[in-house]
Design a protein around this ligand. Structure first.
Ligand SMILES: Cc1cc2nc3c(=O)[nH]c(=O)nc-3n(C[C@H](O)[C@H](O)[C@H](O)COP(=O)(O)OP(=O)(O)OC[C@H]3O[C@@H](n4cnc5c(N)ncnc54)[C@H](O)[C@@H]3O)c2cc1C
Length: 333
């Protein structure tokens, strides 16, 4: 079969891309994901407190004509200025997925190769013999946490993967009051981990960070900002030692840690093998190659924060703005 548009990825960015295509009146869309369970949010982050307010979510949904009815269930149920666990928006995205699947051709599978030949894309899905074709492809293939490797045989610490640690209930299975836990990082996830570990009363917490406390607090949102201001920035934080992430400090402090968690950002998931056209994965308008586009946490817009650090704009609201800014151009190419 041949499709005018193909969207690869069923996380929030893929869902919003399909909605954008439908809003434009485009039909004959092929949508591919392995599970269609709202990407990493469905898999790992349902219990994570959101950075957004309910109003942010409502505004985001209302900016897609075909998603407006889904915002109604939020408005009546939760205070507009409250922040809810990501599970709340997960359920809405899951309902949206079902709704969108009725209007497109959806295919469960993992795209392993994309080949551009004679002005069209050939889409090779793992364990499927049929090769579908597409005119234009949107990659919304997501990212995963970066894991460093500070441990050597000298350090006897166990790494707790961020995807588990970021859920406080799961983290509680991995730590206890006798642990000394190192948290590497200074962003939203790192501070959330410091909060969890404090709440779980682990013995000692050592935070190896790259930016000042003030810069950290400036970059935070919602619950983590509130907590950082009231606890982390106060003098009464005896269980947390914050030290800069230098090799000297790593050598000094990591051998004392029984557990280590890396909260040092995300990197793009492996992409399908792309053949037949040059690609530029860093393009800031999402145009990665001929009739090939990228959106979501794998291909985020960037901006400078007030401390001059480059930040990646990764969130449903940012993905929506990105599509609003660039989609018209993608259509016209
Ligand atoms: C802890 C945490 C909290 C966050 N909180 C918020 C928040 O409160 N608000 C907010 O707006 N954002 C938040 N984000 C940021 C962002 O919105 C999420 O990370 C979101 O999951 C990114 O969506 P995505 O669709 O780009 O990627 P993903 O959710 O990773 O989805 C990518 C999808 O593509 C599929 N895929 C990948 N490769 C292929 C392939 N080759 N073939 C087929 N399918 C493929 C994957 O299986 C997956 O389903 C948070 C992120 C984290 C890590």
């Amino acid at each position: 079969m041949k499709y005018p548009w193909v969207v690869i990825g069923g996380g929030p960015a893929g869902i919003l891309s399909v909605a954008k295509l439908l809003d434009t009146g485009i039909t004959g869309i092929l949508w591919i994901d392995e599970k269609f369970n709202v990407g990493r949010i469905g898999e790992y982050y349902k219990n994570v407190p959101s950075n957004d307010t309910v109003k942010d979510w409502i505004d985001m949904l209302n900016s897609y004509q075909c998603l407006r009815t889904f915002s109604e269930s939020l408005g009546g149920k939760y205070g507009l200025e409250t922040s809810q666990p990501l599970g709340v928006i997960y359920h809405i995205f899951a309902n949206i997925t079902e709704y969108l699947q009725k209007q497109v051709k959806f295919q469960k599978g993992y795209v392993k190769e994309l080949k551009y030949e004679r002005n069209q894309w050939y889409i090779n899905i793992k364990n499927q013999h049929r090769i579908d074709k597409g005119d234009k492809i949107i990659l919304a293939t997501g990212s995963h946490p970066i894991e460093l490797n500070y441990q050597t045989q000298l350090y006897n610490s166990q790494t707790i993967p961020l995807d588990l640690a970021i859920d406080e209930r799961k983290l509680s299975d991995y730590v206890d009051t006798s642990d000394t836990v190192a948290v590497i990082g200074s962003g939203q996830s790192a501070v959330l981990l410091l909060k969890y570990l404090t709440d779980l009363k682990v013995g000692h917490i050592i935070n190896l960070h790259k930016i000042t406390l003030e810069e950290t607090v400036n970059s935070l949102k919602a619950l983590t900002k509130k907590w950082a201001l009231s606890f982390l920035a106060s003098k009464n934080k005896n269980s947390i030692l914050r030290v800069s992430n230098s090799s000297v400090n790593r050598e000094k402090w990591l051998p004392q840690c029984t557990k280590i968690i890396y909260a040092v950002g995300f990197e793009r998931n492996p992409l399908p093998k792309i053949r037949g056209t040059p690609i530029d994965l860093e393009a800031n308008d999402g145009i990665l190659g001929q009739n090939l586009f990228g959106v979501g946490i794998a291909f985020p817009a960037t901006e400078k924060d007030r401390d001059g650090h480059i930040i990646k704009l990764v969130g449903f609201t940012s993905f929506t703005r990105f599509l609003q800014e660039h989609f018209e151009t993608w259509l016209q190419i």
